[in-house]
Ligand binder design. Structure first.
Ligand code: SAM
Length: 245
């Protein structure tokens, strides 16, 4: 059944208005018809089973049938902080990271990050990234759309982190593995943040800054993963560890 996030303002007590791109999507792409069922979500933690009752050229209406309980959110917040790489790498991280269970994405401006964004270009990109997160959240039955934060410089970000719950994924030898870090956790923290380097990795200055503010440097093993693969492997390991309990 299709899942659709709508702005809260489009919900009334017993129906919801589906407008703009969402309407075009259900009408033209999914080719939905009157009487068909869908799941509507308000991105505030509420999901509803609904039935299409009106379809016009520019909008449609769905009757709310019943609340729906969706237990698809991970048991902790998972934030992926990453330098947007070349091409569509960051888009892939958002798309697949949302499917796997990420809660938010923090673009980082790093020394070896290849993409320099003007403020205007960043705003356009962020709108696109947020749109990708919405589509992936709908596709994977999430209850919330992961948020994409404005890009910030690495140092500023590092200084604002909680030492015990922020992990810097790094390729240096002899680091503890992510699995070891997870096994040593005394209890489930409310959130974990993963920082993933650009294609060229972290600069020595960034590694020192991370060590200075006591971020946990961890390895994902002996093989070097592409930047867009590393985030997904780390998210999967964390969710395997916390959801198998
Ligand atoms: N030559 C770079 C280096 O050695 O740091 C390669 C960087 S790798 C393509 C991009 C990022 O993915 C790394 O900065 C790190 O955050 C993450 N990464 C990739 N493989 C990893 C591994 N085996 N362990 C930990 N992090 C890894």
């Amino acid at each position: 059944m299709p899942h659709l996030f709508l702005p809260s303002a489009q919900f009334s007590a017993d129906s919801a208005q589906i407008l703009g791109e969402d309407h075009q999507h259900i009408a033209k792409v999914l080719r939905m018809r009157l009487g068909e069922s869908l799941v509507l979500l308000d991105n505030q933690g509420n999901a509803f089973c609904a039935t299409l009752t009106e379809m016009g050229r520019h909008s449609s209406t769905a009757q709310i049938d019943s609340p729906l309980s969706l237990a698809t959110e991970p048991p902790l917040r998972l934030i992926v902080a990453q330098a947007p790489g070349k091409g569509d790498r960051f888009e892939q991280v958002i798309q697949h990271g949302t499917e796997v269970g990420a809660t938010a994405f923090q673009p980082l401006i790093t020394e070896r990050g290849v993409v320099a964004l003007s403020a205007e270009r960043e705003a356009t990109k962020r709108e696109r990234w947020q749109h990708i997160a919405k589509g992936a959240a709908e596709q994977s039955n999430r209850l919330f759309i992961p948020q994409v934060f404005p890009a910030i410089p690495f140092r500023e970000w590092a200084e604002a982190q909680e030492p015990n719950t922020t992990l810097l994924l790094h390729t240096a030898p002899n680091l503890p593995s992510l699995a070891q870090f997870l096994e040593r956790l005394p209890s489930l923290p409310p959130s974990l943040t993963l920082a993933v380097g650009a294609e060229g990795g972290w600069s020595p200055t960034e590694v020192s800054q991370a060590e200075k503010v006591n971020l946990a440097l961890v390895s994902l093993g002996r093989r070097i993963l592409r930047t867009e693969t590393a985030a997904l492997v780390a998210l999967s390991q964390i969710l395997y560890h916390v959801e198998r309990r």
